[in-house]
Design a protein around this ligand. Structure first.
Ligand code: UD1
Length: 423
């Protein structure tokens, strides 16, 4: 396992052309939600392909603090058993580690009629309210109160099915409400549900555990409550954001990279935008060969809920567009503060200006090595990508942000020909 000390940094030599092949790891956001689903049953939930990233580690620690058993089996799968869970209040230090941790609330409330937690942590990428989660619980009959910094939710008689309107199609909000509704009495309709592939995969996992969810992939999810669910074995889908990050790296450096085990059927926005920017991408089953056909072209895009281009790829795409011929315009439509990467890329010579939730990138600009910070997981990916094409050495501080979402990062970089040290 990687050393995940807060002070760790990456030292990256620039001017590299990536070449070779790598495998894409399991999806962070599917794995985290799936781990929370274990709280719905006393039986073992075995998850294959769970990435070794710090968000998984911290959510695992949170589940253990509630009384769960969480261990890696010899074959690498994660085994979760929640039969001894007897704590329904998430410790604040662990809940603040990442955003996904708040998803313990729905299953705890649905199963035990009580759950309490401080607001979750996660990247500082704008206001990240949880009103959608809480109003969903209330619609199902829970009483939600605020005690100090904690939200306390209770439904001593159990939750009842309801029609729940999501004010925003929140990913973790939909997942939280869907898990709560799984064991509610009667039928729940979630209107304006998030349709992200990770939400769909959670619904499939829950059905594999005995839940009755339909409308999967649509904005109207139907959940017929069941008395109990059981354990199962499931495989975590490949990470579409990691796929995007490496594909962008290949295009940016003019390399030739094969990405194996990519998710299929959910990469339309990414592939369309990369091809528009000049990428040559061949799709063979669940592999992609990514090269560049000519100079990088300026493109404009909006970061949107799925199936639009993922907000998590906004910053990496912006790094790419510093090398494009012309002016690119980016509109962020999901989070109100995804622009942390701008100041860091500017330190490396990029010409980017941001106003509100938009950024204007002028290129191509030669980038130079600098001392920069990974300010959040995807802003960190953006500076890493920039470092690959910069002249000289780039030092990236606060690498723990990258550790939250990228498995075996230095190993994969080296496998593609990058000179990189972690110290
Ligand atoms: C998840 C992902 C994150 C990704 C994001 C958008 C996890 C652990 N994280 O985050 O990587 O970037 O989806 O695809 O799965 N909102 C509200 N009220 C709420 C909840 C959210 O207004 O109660 C708003 C947020 O302010 C934000 C937007 O909804 O503007 C998107 O947030 P949401 O979909 O909830 O993202 P997360 O689930 O936190």
């Amino acid at each position: 396992m990687t050393t995940r000390v807060r002070g760790a940094r990456l030292v990256v030599e620039g001017g590299v052309v990536l070449s070779g092949s790598i495998g894409i790891s399991g999806a962070k956001n599917h794995a985290l939600a799936a781990m929370c689903a274990a709280l719905l049953t006393d039986e073992d939930l075995i998850l294959e392909n769970v990435p070794d990233i710090s968000d998984v580690e911290s959510l695992g620690a949170l589940l253990v603090s509630l009384g769960a058993e969480v261990d890696r089996l010899p074959n690498g799968s994660l085994r979760l058993n929640c039969s001894r869970v007897n704590m329904f209040e998430a410790p604040t230090d662990l809940i603040s580690e990442n955003r996904a941790s708040f998803q313990v609330m729905g299953p705890l409330l649905g199963r035990h009629g009580y759950a309490a937690s401080a607001p979750p942590g996660g990247d500082v990428i704008g206001q990240r309210p949880i009103d959608v989660h809480l109003s969903g619980f209330e619609a199902m009959g829970a009483v939600v109160t605020r005690e100090g910094e904690r939200y306390v939710t209770s439904a001593p008689q159990g939750l009842r099915g309801a029609r729940v309107f999501m004010d925003y199609p929140s990913v973790s909000g939909t997942q939280n409400v869907m898990m709560a509704a799984t064991l509610a009495r009667g039928h729940t309709t979630i209107v304006n549900a998030a349709t992200e592939p990770e939400v769909q995969e959670l619904a499939n996992l829950l059905n594999g555990m005995g839940a009755r969810i339909s409308g999967i992939g649509s904005q109207m999810l139907e959940v017929e409550g069941v008395e109990a669910v059981h354990g199962t074995n499931a495989r975590v889908m490949p990470d579409r954001i990691e796929t995007g990050t490496w594909a962008i790296a290949a295009v940016m450096t003019g390399g030739d990279v094969e990405l194996n085990d990519v998710p299929t059927g959910c990469l339309d926005a990414l592939l369309t935008k990369l091809r528009a920017a000049g990428a040559d991408i061949e799709e063979h089953g669940n592999s992609l060969r990514v090269r560049r056909a000519g100079p990088i072209r300026a493109i404009s895009f909006q970061a949107l809920p799925y199936p639009g281009l993922a907000t998590d790829l906004h910053a990496p795409m912006a790094a790419l567009l510093t090398q494009a011929n012309g002016v690119s315009i980016i509109h962020e439509r999901v989070f109100d503060n995804r622009m942390l990467y701008v100041s860091e890329l500017r330190k490396m010579g990029a010409e980017i200006v941001s106003t509100g939730s938009s950024a204007i990138v002028s290129g191509p600009t030669p980038l130079h090595g600098a001392r920069v910070r990974a300010l959040d997981v995807r802003a960190g990916a953006a500076v890493l990508l920039a470092a690959l094409v910069a002249t000289g050495t780039t030092i990236i501080d606060d690498v723990y942000h990258l550790d939250r979402g990228y498995e075996r990062l230095t190993e994969k970089l080296r496998g593609l020909g990058v000179e990189v040290e972690r110290n």
